[in-house]
Design a binder for this molecule. Structure first.
Ligand code: NAD
Length: 507
């Protein structure tokens, strides 16, 4: 998090979105939004006051009364317009995203594209939100269920996907008839603001989507407000656990998608070149700041001899400013993030892991102030080392060895996180055993980053997820709606009901 700043020559300020208006915050606390490659201050973001947070919720509550009854096709049509606008402005959004977050332009476009797919999914709300109907559950009696919106929903998003994750949240929430307050990461709020502009342009009515900025205080105010029905959080495990606990204690529906330590299990029969490419891309792409990045490779049997090839592959990656052609990975989000990653690499060395490739001293000409760390590989990693037990969230790959697939599965299942994993093999039987026995949400088979497309739901196990229902897919429609079951009987004029019935059965 950047430090509060008092300035006279102010850079542009990030606005709040309340009741359809982009408004200047009255806050006295402002943080710099910094380009992580150049340290240029791109904007200043306010930490909204308690009154502003309350105003955003009040605006969402007021808008809910009419939005919940807006015809389903009208809501879907706004999403159709929004997907067209996001597509049209893709490269502008990606450039802003790359400047404030640091990822390469190609990766920034991927970030927007994966969010765009969720908007496309939201366009099919007509079939997603259908209820059920059973005729004649008793004589002349029908039962049907409705999926109704739940009210004001809140989204709290992390810095690493400033387009995709806000788009996991508000399109599905509002298309189901809810209204929304988004609290994006204070580290890169410019991208979500662009998306909000497009949402208004697409026809999202005033109050249906609101945005406040801030940190702990804003999040806690949202999680405890009596008019908030549901909270969708994506971020680290320690913050997510707090949000889940606080929100649940205040009677909210909460889903928290949290931290990760994703293992790739590599069997010796795997296609070697494809696997090494996949490992290098998934471990170091986006500077390892993906919740689905591969951060541990478990090499099984003869595959343990592949470490020098893996190191050679990692050395081919180009560390550069995100806008440079051919860049494979950009800087880390902040100086603090860099310090933390470098500190963990030092811990790894101290604890006895073998540093096969050291990215700490990487130099990017012209960007000496950038928060760069190059691809880093440790071998001989043991479960009790900090580099293994903690999520590093940087371009650091820990390599472990195992004799057998059973041993590798046991390693993965004993890790505190269960977000994503992958197996690399040519054996269908081994892959099937892995898929069956592994306790991790997303499983890839020769696929390094198995983020599900939006008609499936993102999920997670153990320390990576709290709450039953995941973002997008069919599950999120359940999350953002409540079921009402109606049992109905209609009497024809002049037909007797057959007298008083004192039992609970329907005939
Ligand atoms: P973070 O937990 O620091 O921040 C997430 C959100 O919580 C931000 O909006 C932030 O302002 C807010 N926040 C920060 N500190 C808080 C506090 N003390 N109390 C209340 N709110 C607080 O996460 P981050 O660093 O922005 O993002 C990286 C993390 O997100 C990693 O752990 C990554 O694995 C995780 N992540 C998980 C998924 C997933 O789907 N499982 C996806 C993306 C990122």
């Amino acid at each position: 998090m950047s430090t509060p700043a008092v300035r006279t020559d102010r850079p542009p300020t990030v606005k709040l979105l309340i009741n359809g208006q982009f408004v200047e915050s009255a806050s006295r606390e402002w943080h710099d939004v910094v380009n992580p490659a150049t340290q240029e201050v791109l904007a200043q973001v306010p930490f909204a006051t308690p009154e502003e947070v309350a105003a955003a919720i009040a605006s969402a509550k007021a808008a809910y009364a009419s939005w919940r009854n807006t015809p389903i096709a009208a809501r879907a049509r706004i999403m159709l317009k929004l997907q067209a606008l996001v597509r049209e402005h893709m490269s502008r959004i990606a450039r802003t995203l790359s400047a404030e977050q640091g990822k390469t332009l190609a990766d920034a476009e991927g970030d927007v594209f994966r969010g765009l797919e969720v908007i496309e999914h939201a366009c099919s709300v007509g079939s997603l939100q259908l209820g059920e109907f059973a005729e004649n559950v008793a004589g002349g009696v029908d039962t049907y269920s409705l999926r109704q919106p739940i009210g004001v929903c809140v989204g709290i998003s992390p810095f690493n996907f400033p387009a995709m994750i806000p788009l996991w949240m508000f399109p599905m929430a509002i298309v189901c008839g809810n209204t929304f307050v988004l609290k994006p990461s204070e580290q890169d709020p410019l991208t979500p603001m662009l998306l909000a502009e497009l949402a208004l342009q697409a026809g999202v009515p005033p109050g249906v989507l609101n945005i406040v900025h801030g940190g702990k205080a804003a999040v806690e105010a949202l999680c405890t407000h009596p008019d908030v029905a549901a909270i969708s959080f994506v971020g680290s495990t320690h913050v997510g656990t707090h949000v889940y606990d606080l929100g649940s204690r205040h009677g909210k529906r909460v889903q928290c998608m949290m931290g990760a330590k994703n293992h790739a299990v590599v069997l010796p029969d795997a296609s070697k070149d494809q696997t090494l490419n996949a490992l290098a891309g998934a471990a170091f792409g986006a500077a390892g700041q993906r919740c689905m990045a591969i951060s541990v490779a478990v090499l099984v049997g003869e595959a343990r001899k592949w470490i020098p090839d893996l190191v050679a592959k990692a050395k081919t990656l180009k560390v550069a400013v995100g806008t440079e052609k051919g860049a494979d990975l950009g800087p880390l989000i902040s100086k603090q993030a860099r310090q933390r990653v470098v500190g963990l690499i030092e811990d790894g060395v101290r604890e006895g892991a073998k540093l096969e490739l050291d990215g700490r001293d990487v130099k990017v000409p012209g960007y000496e102030q950038g928060n760069f760390v190059g691809p880093t590989i440790f071998s001989g990693v043991k479960p009790d080392m900090k580099i293994y037990s903690q999520e590093i969230f940087g371009p650091v790959l820990c390599v472990m060895g195992a004799e057998t697939l059973d041993e590798a599965i046991a390693i993965v299942n004993a890790n505190p996180f269960g977000n994503g994993t992958g197996i690399f093999t040519q054996s269908g039987a081994a892959a099937r055993k892995f898929q069956n026995e592994i306790d991790v949400g997303q499983v890839g088979i020769n696929v390094p980053i198995p983020v599900p497309v939006p008609f499936f739901s993102f999920t997670g196990s153990r320390g990576s997820k709290l709450g039953d229902l995941g973002p997008y897919g069919k599950q999120v429609v359940q999350f953002y709606t409540q079921t009402k079951t109606v049992t109905a009987r209609w009497f024809e004029d002049g037909v007797s009901s057959g007298g008083v019935n004192t039992t609970i059965s329907l005939k």
